[in-house]
Design a protein around this ligand. Structure first.
Ligand SMILES: *Cc1c(COP(=O)(O)O)cnc(C)c1O
Length: 381
């Protein structure tokens, strides 16, 4: 039977963008060296500090999140520098790849995908390698739905000479992150996840003098992402900024400030818990040993092909969730809680999932996950 197919984006990036934000992008393109734009940029980037909970400067590159990761490596280090890098998924691997590409000497702290590195493991690794200049972590490992105890890790690293760098591309706004209070030196993120913007901006926040000292002494080749040039020009960019993305960022920051960070974290937690309960109601297990509220990674039984499942959900029902990456391709699905999503988006995801599971021959009680979610929302909302 024919039905109206709407587009539901329930993936861990890109995420849906509110209309109020999209409309900001339709404004006149200001010249980036005019007083009007410089004022807009100043207000916006000062406002963006709230998202990171830092009084340090936040820079917006015209890039995706990976550009900001590359910027962190180039700007903090010099070729040959020894660093510690946690690898427990696709994005930890990306840190390792970038560090290797720029000629660093990475010591790997490797864990199984789905495990979360602990503060004690970081302490041990730093005791064995007291000469590492920086510790590279992934706050939310999006490939496994795992969130690390960043506050605990920051406590450990703060007592050493190393700086703590974290990839918060998917965790920013979904999980509590307090740069200054916790002592996280450098945080990178991107626009198309919790910030509720389209893809196109990569953020780096520098929260400590310790980090700036490394920037001053770095001898890595760099040009476009040279932070010294950005610092000198702040709040302007040394090159043409993504003018209309800055309008949108300003609006998104205003909306988040009005909602407050605590409430933003709370709504991610609501969808995260509803999803974890619904997964159990369907008889599935979580992949992660320390699941967070960014995205939930769900292990599928061997007779269900995850590639087929996500394709049916997308093409037949209009609901885009994510599959697995690398060796988990086809074996897991990932349901997002990230950004501009409401409880009814979570219900929609599970409704389409149930219809698809039925089509694939999975035996379960129709409506089981929906009932669980409804009951949880009835109790919580
Ligand atoms: C999305 C994401 C990135 C960056 O990906 P881009 O496609 O470059 O924006 C990096 N790390 C994590 C944990 C992510 O979820």
């Amino acid at each position: 039977m024919h039905f109206m197919k709407k587009y539901y984006l329930i993936a861990p990036g890109p995420t849906p963008v509110p209309h109020e934000v999209l409309l900001e992008g339709a404004k006149e393109v200001l010249h980036h060296r005019t007083p009007q734009f410089i004022n807009l940029m100043k207000e916006t980037m000062e406002g963006a500090k709230y998202l990171f909970q830092t009084s340090g400067e936040v820079y917006a590159f015209v890039s995706s999140g990976t550009g900001a990761m590359e910027a962190a490596v180039q700007n903090l280090l010099s070729p040959g520098d020894k660093v510690l890098v946690v690898v427990a998924g696709k994005f930890g691997e990306r840190w390792l790849d970038i560090l290797t590409a720029f000629g660093m000497n990475p010591v790997k702290l490797e864990l199984e995908w789905g495990e979360a590195v602990s503060p004690d493991q970081i302490r041990e690794a730093l005791e064995k390698n007291p000469d590492v200049k920086a510790v590279f972590t992934t706050h939310s490992e999006t490939s496994t739905g795992t969130v690390i105890d960043l506050e605990g890790i920051a406590k450990v690293v703060r007592e050493t000479d190393s700086v703590l760098v974290t990839d918060a591309v998917s965790s920013l706004l979904a999980e509590p992150l307090k740069m200054d209070e916790w002592g996280v030196d450098v945080v990178v993120s991107g626009s198309q996840k919790g910030v509720m913007l389209p893809p196109g901006l990569g953020f780096i926040a520098i929260g400590s003098e310790k980090a700036w000292k490394l920037v001053e002494n770095s001898k890595s080749p760099k040009y476009y992402f040279d932070l010294k040039a950005y610092k000198k020009k702040y709040p302007e960019n040394p090159y043409t900024p993504a003018v209309n993305m800055i309008y949108m960022l300003k609006k998104a920051v205003e909306m988040i400030k009005e909602e407050t960070l605590e409430k933003v974290w709370e709504r991610h937690a609501l969808l995260g818990e509803a999803t974890r309960r619904a997964v159990k109601a369907l008889g599935f297990e979580l992949l992660s040993k320390r699941p967070g509220n960014v995205v939930t990674a769900v292990k599928l039984p061997p007779d269900i092909d995850g590639n087929k499942l996500t394709k049916i959900m997308r093409d037949k029902y209009g609901v885009t969730i994510a599959g697995g990456q690398a060796h988990l391709k086809g074996k897991i699905i990932r349901i997002s809680h990230l950004g501009y999503l409401s409880p009814f988006d979570t219900l929609t995801a599970f409704s389409a999932l149930e219809l698809t599971l039925k089509e694939l021959g999975y035996k379960f009680e129709m409506g089981a996950s929906l009932k669980t979610i409804q009951e949880y929302f009835a109790e919580k909302i």
